[in-house]
Design a protein around this ligand. Structure first.
Ligand code: 13P
Length: 249
C-alpha cells in the first residue's frame, strides 16, 4: 500500500496566540487536501487556540516538544497527558535545535518517543547530520545511530505508525536545500535501518519526511522521491506558501 504523504509545519518559536489564530485562518482554504496529512507544529502556548481554530478541518496539531515523565515537579515542562487532553495528535521530538541548544541526547529522545506512544501521540522524530559530519563522510553512520537509539524498545507496531524527519542541520533555515538525490539517499538509508531493526513491513509503513529549506519551489521534486513521504517545514510554514507545499503536485 502506498504511504500517505505527511506535510507538517514546524513554527518553532514564532507566532503569539492571536497571530497563530490569524495564520490558521489565512491558511485554511490553502491547505485543503484529500491525499496529504497536514499538521501544524506549534509552540505550547498556541496549542489550545490552534486546536480550536482547526476544528472542523482535517488539519492535526503537533507539539514541538514534550517531557518524558507523566507529571510532577518539572517546572516549565509539558506532560504528554496535557497534550492529549488539549487535542494534540503528533509531537515533534529531537529536533536539532533541541539537541544543540537544549542538550537533548538520543537517550532523552528515546524516552520521549516511548512516552508519546504510551499516550497515543504520534512522534515525529528528527535526525540529521551537521555539515562537518557530511564532509567527513559519516552522515549515514550518525543518522543510523540516532535512529537506533531513538527507537530502542519501540515495537514494530508502534514504529509502523511513527514519522521520522530527516533534517540535515546545514539545510535548516539556510535556504540551502539538500538536493533531492541527497535527501533520498539518506531517507532510503533510514528505511533500510528500520528494516534491519524490525522487518520489511515496518520499513514500508513508516513515514519519512525531509526537512531543511523546503519551499513552494522545491517541494514537488523532493516529495516525488520514492523514500520521501512529505516534509517538515520551518520558515515556509508561516506563510501562504505552506498551502503550495501541501498541494505540491
Ligand atoms: P526551515 O524550513 O526553515 O529550513 O526549517 C526546517 C526545520 O527545521 C523544520 O523542522
Amino acid at each position: 500500500m502506498a504511504r500517505r504523504k505527511i506535510v507538517a509545519g514546524n513554527w518553532k518559536m514564532n507566532m503569539t496566540p492571536s497571530e497563530a489564530v490569524e495564520l490558521v485562518k489565512t491558511l485554511a482554504p490553502l491547505v485543503e487536501s484529500d491525499d496529504v496529512d497536514v499538521v501544524y507544529g506549534v509552540p505550547a502556548i498556541d496549542i489550545v487556540p490552534v486546536v480550536e481554530a482547526v476544528k472542523g478541518s482535517k488539519v492535526a496539531v503537533a507539539a514541538e516538544n514534550m517531557y518524558f515523565e507523566d507529571k510532577g515537579a518539572y517546572t516549565g515542562e509539558i506532560a504528554p497527558a496535557m497534550l492529549v487532553d488539549a487535542g494534540v495528535k503528533y509531537v515533534i521530538l529531537g529536533h536539532s535545535e533541541r539537541r544543540d541548544y537544549f542538550k537533548e541526547t538520543s537517550e532523552d529522545i528515546n524516552k520521549k518517543v516511548l512516552k508519546a506512544f504510551e499516550y497515543g501521540l504520534t512522534p515525529i522524530m528528527c535526525c540529521g547530520e551537521s555539515l562537518e559530519q557530511r564532509e567527513q563522510g559519516i552522515t549515514m553512520d550518525w543518522i543510523r545511530q540516532q535512529v537506533k537509539v531513538g527507537f530502542q524498545n519501540v515495537t514494530a507496531d508502534q514504529a509502523k505508525t511513527a514519522v521520522i524527519a530527516y533534517e540535515p542541520i546545514w539545510a535548516i533555515g539556510t535556504g540551502k536545500t539538500a538536493t533531492s538525490e541527497q535527501a533520498e539517499e539518506v531517507c532510503k538509508g533510514i528505511r533500510e535501518c528500520i528494516a534491519e531493526i524490525y522487518d520489511e513491513a515496518t520499513a514500508e509503513a513508516i513515514r519519512i519526511q525531509y526537512g531543511g529549506s523546503v519551499n513552494a519551489g522545491n517541494a514537488a521534486e523532493l516529495f516525488a522521491m520514492p523514500d520521501i513521504d512529505g516534509g517538515l517545514v520551518g520558515g515556509a510554514s508561516l506563510k501562504a506558501d505552506f498551502g503550495k507545499i501541501v498541494n505540491y503536485k
